[in-house]
Design a protein around this ligand. Structure first.
Ligand SMILES: *Cc1c(COP(=O)(O)O)cnc(C)c1O
Length: 452
């Protein structure tokens, strides 16, 4: 019998995270201090991060131990299952075999607690009492509200205005775990007041919300900042996903030919594929084809520039070398808040720039069409973010139907869409339209990249 769900025992939960910085052919371009344009020092970051995380951010050790307390919390939902999507295969009449890793089983419903729990642990150890952060669709704010509750820390969440208005239940979820949520831009911070003065009706963006959270953390002694994606230590923590996938494919006696994942800041997909790319970099295995999937309305990897830019709209963060659409690019208000980010992980950007990973951009109408097909074959209602890579899997599976290739296709199921039903309602009632491609807006914002 073909196996539908490949599970691991609790004691097979990885004991170490994999750090791909150890295996890069050339080192990462360092983040720069925006004033001096010199590489930032650990001290530059210590106002908003604990030293243990700053060390991880800069580490080139290949393996980093997962603390016991973090593993104990992971065990609430990890190891997560690897599914074979046989009903989807059948509906597509494809000879391809489709697998997906399901991160939707965590309490907040996505991969994000993998790093939220780790980051909260290190902040708690450092004596921090409150963490400030931003959230787009609400997944990261939920994950951090959940994690801070378990360690008895306070949590302040700046939630992108459009999501705050669209996603009442995400806010209630955060508040249930004790998080305090403000729509961003807010009048709680100086930069928030400035954004509001410039554009009172703005939908907000992750870039603006990050500025607010960083300002909050930098101006309060007992408060640190946490980022849900982009940074190296976040990619590191998410590798629990890929390390489990490797064991699960071994059990299934399969090797993925093509791996897909949706990419906002890059963390779920990096977590899924960095252990595979690491094996390739170490000469241990051929690489599968690796494809990042992003929205056509925020096409960072496919239309952005590989350059130094700010991580936020308010120009408070260090300059990161990454694919970027420009720090003041405001993407259309699509129902995939987690993918509305102008930049990307420096690690994932470098690996894309050097040809280890590909990228494609997907249209909203296509994405929801595939999400509906998935829900009606496999049952799970996926987050609109996740649906981006499902669309690419469907297209590849249909190509396999034409060529007869029995490829093994994989996608990372980053989260469920149980709080995204307004988006599904919009699709079911014909209200999802493809925003115009933001070619001119990208040109404008890219022309304002900082000089280094
Ligand atoms: C946040 C989020 C994403 C995008 O973030 P990455 O860092 O690129 O993973 C994708 N899917 C879900 C469900 C999310 O919550």
């Amino acid at each position: 019998m073909d196996v539908t769900r490949i599970t691991l025992d609790e004691n097979e939960l990885p004991k170490r995270w994999y750090n791909i910085a150890a295996d890069l052919p050339t080192p990462l371009d360092p983040p720069l201090n925006p004033q001096t344009k010199e590489p930032i020092t650990p001290d530059d970051l210590s106002a908003i991060f604990p030293m243990s995380l700053i060390k991880q951010e800069m580490s080139t050790d290949r393996w980093i131990d997962i603390p016991g307390e973090v593993r104990d919390i992971y065990a609430l939902w990890r190891p997560t299952p690897l599914y074979r999507a046989m009903r989807l295969e059948k509906a597509l009449k494809t000879p391809a075999r489709i697998y997906y890793k399901w991160e939707g089983v965590s309490p907040p419903g996505s991969h994000k607690p993998n790093t939220a729990v780790a980051q909260t642990y290190y902040n708690a150890k450092a004596g921090i009492e409150r963490i400030a952060t931003e959230t787009g669709a609400g997944q990261w704010g939920s994950a951090l509200s959940f994690a801070t509750r378990l360690f008895d820390l306070e949590c302040t969440v700046y939630m992108v205005r459009i999501s705050y208005d669209q996603k009442l239940y995400r806010r209630v979820m955060m508040e249930t775990w004790g998080g305090k949520v403000f729509p961003s831009p807010s009048n709680k911070t100086e930069c928030g007041r400035r954004f509001l003065a410039e554009a009172p009706d703005t939908t907000g963006s992750l870039g603006m919300a990050i500025s607010e959270a960083v300002e909050d953390a930098a101006t309060h002694e007992d408060t640190n900042y946490a980022l849900g994606s982009v940074l190296n230590h976040v990619m590191l923590h998410q590798t629990v996903i890929g390390l489990e996938i490797q064991k699960q494919f071994e059990i299934a006696e399969e090797t993925p030919d093509v791996m897909f994942g949706c990419v906002g800041g890059g963390s779920n997909f990096a977590g899924a594929v960095f252990p595979y790319i690491g094996d390739t970099l170490q000469g241990k295995a051929d690489s599968p084809r690796i494809v990042s999937c992003e929205p056509a309305s925020c096409p960072t990897l496919t239309k952005g520039l590989y350059a130094y830019d700010f991580g936020d709209t308010g120009k408070m963060t260090p300059l990161l070398k990454m694919y970027t659409l420009g720090h003041d690019f405001v993407p259309a208000g699509i129902h995939a808040g987690g993918l509305r980010y102008h930049g990307n992980s420096p690690l994932l950007s470098k690996l894309t720039h050097e040809g280890y990973m590909d990228a494609v951009a997907c249209k909203q109408t296509d994405v929801f069409k595939s999400a509906l097909l998935f829900a009606r074959t496999e049952g799970f209602i996926l987050a609109p973010e996740t649906a981006h890579c499902v669309h690419s899997v469907v297209e590849e599976a249909l190509r396999c139907r034409q060529t007869g290739e029995e490829k093994v296709l994989f996608f990372c199921g980053s989260g469920h869409g149980d709080f995204d039903l307004v988006a599904y309602d919009d699709y079911l009632n014909g209200r999802i339209v493809d925003p115009e491609e933001p070619t001119e807006a990208i040109k404008r914002s890219i022309s304002k990249l900082p000089e280094v």
